[in-house]
Design a protein around this ligand. Sequence first.
Ligand code: C2O
Length: 551
Amino acid sequence: GITRHYDFNVQMANVTRLCGTKSIVTVNGQFPGPELIAREGDRVHVRVTNHVPHNMSIHWHGIRQLRTGWADGPAYITQCPIQTGHTYVYSFTVTAQRGTLWWHAHISWFRSTVYGAIVILPKLGVPYPFPAPHQEVPVLFGEWWAADTEKIMSQALKVGGAPNISDAYTINGLPGPLYKCSAQDTFKLKVAPGKTYLLRLINAALNDELFFSVANHTLTVVEVDAVYVKPFTVKTLVISPGQTTNVLLTAKPVYPNANFYMSAAPYSVIRPGTYDNTTVAGILEYHKPGPPSTSSFDKGLPLYKPVLPFFNDTKFVTKFTTKLLSLATPEYPAAVPQSVDRRFFFTIGLGTLPCPKNMTCQGPNGTQFAAAVNNVSLVLPSTALLQSHFTGLSKGVFLSNFPAMPTTPFNYTGTPPNNTNVATGTRVLALPYNTSVELVMQDTSVLGIESHPLHLHGYNFFVVGQGFGNYDPTNDPAKFNLVDPVERNTVGVPAGGWVAIRFLADNPGVWFMHCHLEVHTTWGLRMAWLVQDGSKANEKLLPPPPDMPKC
Ligand code: C2O
């Protein structure tokens, strides 16, 4: 591979959406930010300079970072943030991955505007395992907030209440024609009859899982989270915050004399009735036959809209996610751990903390909303976990006693809820190098029903099973798929259900795992694994780069 150099200048820029202009944090003044392209095997150097009056940190979501945890990015987990006026070079190698990933700010809620696509091409001369597309198009879903998202975050923290809903969903930063003042801010994909397009879908929204559909067209799913899957065709797909999905879209063979909406709308079971089902729309428009015309979008043509599932259609979501399977071919094997060294069971859910003095809290009985893994709500330290681990100065920073099981197991589907107590702490779960891990994550669904997209840094994992109700350790494992389960970095823990994953802990370092709904991360639905070094030289975490930011 070669080395690719990027300059990311984090700077303020004025952006106008929905008739309002706002100064937002951007990379190089672009919103969404620049696309990062590399081939499998390449080295990547991104020189990030912080020109804004906030601490900053960038995460390369889904990049494995083998032995290079220093470049992973989550603030206070693997690094101290980059302070105003400072520069840090993120340096990593793209190993055995191909497809779409993305990068985003990993401090506070700055990822609301600081995000962009990562495109990983196969090695030179290696074809895709599907017909070569005519064109490849990144499609990033986001949210637009008229208010300052940092204020919304502190409101979520201080008041402990649910945050406001964003003012618009966006495609490539554009809210589209269904919102006020947005007709000119519409993403348009121009296609030629009969040609096939690879859409690189990225859900960069802060707090919502999304349905996506293109009217009168089908989508063939070929890859998720930079791993190829067995292709299958759908009208509508589901994508959670953090996830990426590559789909092939073939344009109709003859000019259709029509335009088509591509729409995304939230899948959410907590706020019924607050959404229009086709809120963000882009337009799929066809090249007119004959000489190229100057005006591309013919307003006179009929416009078709897709029908999206109802906002709480959990059955649809389950049907979609169970279709996802690894290719599992000799070229692209699925290295599912067949035996397990350690089994873990995590409860994933919301809970409450006593309301701090001088505050009015909006949780049940005046408590403060919190979220936790095994009833532990992770408190970020004031230094970085990876640094204190590496230097051996972990005393007073973190404890290595994160519980392998919930402290009080209970009936997760029962009422009344009795597992909402949360304790705060900075505790990690330590694993020897190369431990084969099986982890069952059980949604406790005790405070409202909703699913949680859990993201693990530094690894891909295999989704070997999922189900509803209480996980049954006696009978459910017999149904696990250990042959061709989907391999990914972010998985939805279903509302009122569980998901089982397996991974081999072959990447030493400290690795964040958290719900990718930003409000839940803020409330503490986050934990960290500490994977120890192996004994061989090539099984150890590399030393930190000299320009590592200081706290
Ligand atoms: Cu995409 Cu820890 O994040």
